[in-house]
Design a protein. Structure first.
Length: 576
């Protein structure tokens, strides 16, 4: 008998395959002590397993290339650091030596000890890092029994589990997994974002999936609707094949939009910019007809290394990016690195209680002036090769912008004296992700040239919900009335002062939200290249004049359900 389970589509796509059910990482190991003459054997077992996990991690890193290496690398680096964490390792050794525990039981006891510490932390982000620790401990435990973690022999299968770590996703895809279903998770988590980049269908929040699905069950995963069908009927299978044919036709139609303008039915041009952090992303953005880069991330230059990148290394990277866009503007975001990143350079404060609210973004640039100067000099030099804009993250007020402008003026003069060609005018923009910046925008908007709304962080700061905390996934939503009203306010302020405003968070690349953002007055989107054509199609299907009339109703919505009703009804009614 077939069964239909519902969750939330986090990475679009469809998959058909047999289920591979993975139980949680909780270690069900009974207390076990060993004779004194077996202590060294247990220590050797443990250290061999840890080393095997390290080797596996390094092999996965070595198999990654280009943009994927940068996207996944941060999470692999975090897990590698956990494998070297002295608190974890020394505690394990002490349990085996002092209590003569077996390596398996010591691993369980140490895991439970650390879980108690994490659970007691006030900061939700740090509490959520227990998921990473569980993943690492699970790998060690698997190697204790001389078996690789359960990623072998999964080609053509659909993984069903409680959660999936970002660092696992590339490996799962390489092993041939065709889809993933999780009991927990959020459509805006790091895992979901990465799954979209990998085009790996992912449905999250299917609460009882692990209990109701058995190994070998045939599954249909429809990540577009967030549905999972267990043991599908012949009719379900016919529908699935028809859906695949429709998707193939859709992809062909999208391909024809590469050279088409992003213009509404009533002839209003909308600007689509791309987010990028590699030359591969730049090439895709250029080929798909992006009007420029709305967000070029620079953090990858600082991660997975023991020393800071020098000016020339950064300059060559930025210059190649500018040249790759062939005269289209490139918006380079200054370093946004916090203690939540796997930074080994000593640049960030590793012991911050709350990294999301700590020394990151422009705060880090101002606190580390030598590092900021090196990066700004490299960006300024790149401006001699094409149009460049500088975007400042985590701005909270005017003082930060004025300090940065002063620094830019001094560095520009220095570089010109040294004989470098620097653009006459380099626009300076602010990322609006701190609510204070949005609410007091009129206080400093005259000091900037453009705005970019970073909805991913704005939502978590405005709603006081950690976007990395899977337990709060339902509360983290860009469809909260406060979020929409604040976005509309920023767009309106930008229009009043003649400053362009873009949205660069995940919602900008979701075609479902295009009518909503256009109704709020947005005319500039900054999104991942993978979704650019879908958003272009959505824009071309909309009559903006009719849609804007409905915008007032959208802002009068009193809750998320009201906004979802607007999207499902009023907005969809305006689409062809």
């Amino acid at each position: 008998m077939s069964l239909r389970l519902r969750g939330h589509g986090a990475a679009r796509g469809n998959a058909l395959g047999r289920a591979r059910v993975r139980q949680s990482h909780t270690l069900e190991v009974a207390e076990q002590r060993v004779p004194a003459n077996q202590v060294e054997t247990q220590l050797q077992r443990l250290h061999t397993a840890i080393e095997a996990a390290r080797v596996e991690m390094q092999q996965l890193r070595d198999r990654l290339h280009g943009a994927l290496a940068r996207e996944v690398g941060e999470f692999l680096e975090l897990h590698a650091l956990l494998l070297d964490d002295p608190e974890l390792l020394q505690g394990l050794d002490e349990l085996i030596r002092t209590h003569r525990y077996s390596a398996d039981y010591a691993l369980r006891v140490q895991r439970d000890r650390l879980a108690a510490v994490f659970d007691g932390m006030e900061d939700a982000y740090l509490r959520s890092r227990m998921d990473d620790l569980d993943h690492v401990i699970g790998r060690i435990h698997a190697f204790l029994h001389k078996r690789a973690p359960d990623l072998k022999g999964v080609a053509g299968e659909i993984l069903v589990c409680d959660n999936v770590a970002p660092s696992e996703l590339a490996q799962l895809q390489a092993q041939g997994v065709v889809g993933i279903v999780t009991t927990a998770g959020s459509a805006l988590s790091h895992s979901a974002i990465l799954a979209r980049s990998l085009h790996l269908p992912l449905v999250v929040g299917v609460g009882d999936a692990v209990q109701r699905i058995e190994d070998g069950d045939v599954l249909i995963v429809d990540a577009g609707s967030g549905q999972v069908i267990v043991d599908p009927t012949p009719e379900h299978l016919r529908d699935y094949r028809e859906r695949l044919r429709a998707l193939a036709k859709e992809q062909r139609e999208l391909g024809r939009l590469r050279s088409k303008p992003t213009r509404t039915r009533d002839n209003v041009d909308i600007t689509l910019l791309a987010n990028a952090e590699s030359l591969e992303d730049v090439a895709k953005a250029h080929a798909l007809g992006a009007s420029g880069l709305g967000l070029y991330r620079t953090e990858f230059l600082f991660l997975q290394r023991n020393e800071l990148p020098d000016e020339d290394e950064q300059f060559h990277t930025y210059r190649d990016t500018v040249l790759g866009m062939s005269g289209r503007p490139v918006t380079i975001r200054t370093l946004d690195l916090g203690a939540d990143k796997a930074d080994r350079t000593g640049l960030t404060l590793s012991d911050e209680d709350n990294p999301a609210l700590g020394l990151r973004g422009v705060r880090l640039s101002l606190a580390r002036p030598a590092v900021a100067q090196t990066q700004l000099r490299a960006i300024l030099r790149a401006s001699g090769y094409g149009p460049v804009r500088i975007l400042v993250p985590m701005v909270s007020g005017r003082e930060e912008i004025l300090l940065l402008r002063k620094q830019l003026k001094k560095l520009t003069a220095q570089l010109r004296e040294e004989g470098h060609e620097i653009a006459e005018h380099i626009p300076l923009g602010a990322m609006i992700e701190v609510p204070a910046a949005a609410l007091a925008l009129d206080c400093f908007i005259d000091d900037i040239d453009f705005l970019s709304i970073g909805t991913n962080d704005l939502v978590q700061y405005l709603l006081a919900v950690d976007r990395n905390n899977e337990a709060l996934g339902e509360l983290y939503s860009p469809l909260h009335p406060a979020v929409l009203r604040l976005i509309a306010q920023v767009i309106a302020t930008g229009r009043t002062y003649g400053k362009p405003v873009a949205v660069c968070g995940e919602i900008a690349g979701d075609p479902r939200f295009v009518p909503m953002l256009l109704a709020l007055g947005l005319t500039e989107f900054s999104l991942h290249p993978a979704t650019l054509l879908e958003v272009r199609r959505a824009v071309r299907d909309i009559h903006l004049g009719e849609l804007r009339v409905q915008g007032e109703k959208l802002l009068r919505a009193r809750d998320r359900k009201g906004i979802e009703k607007w999207l499902a009804g009023n907005a969809q009614g305006l689409l062809r």
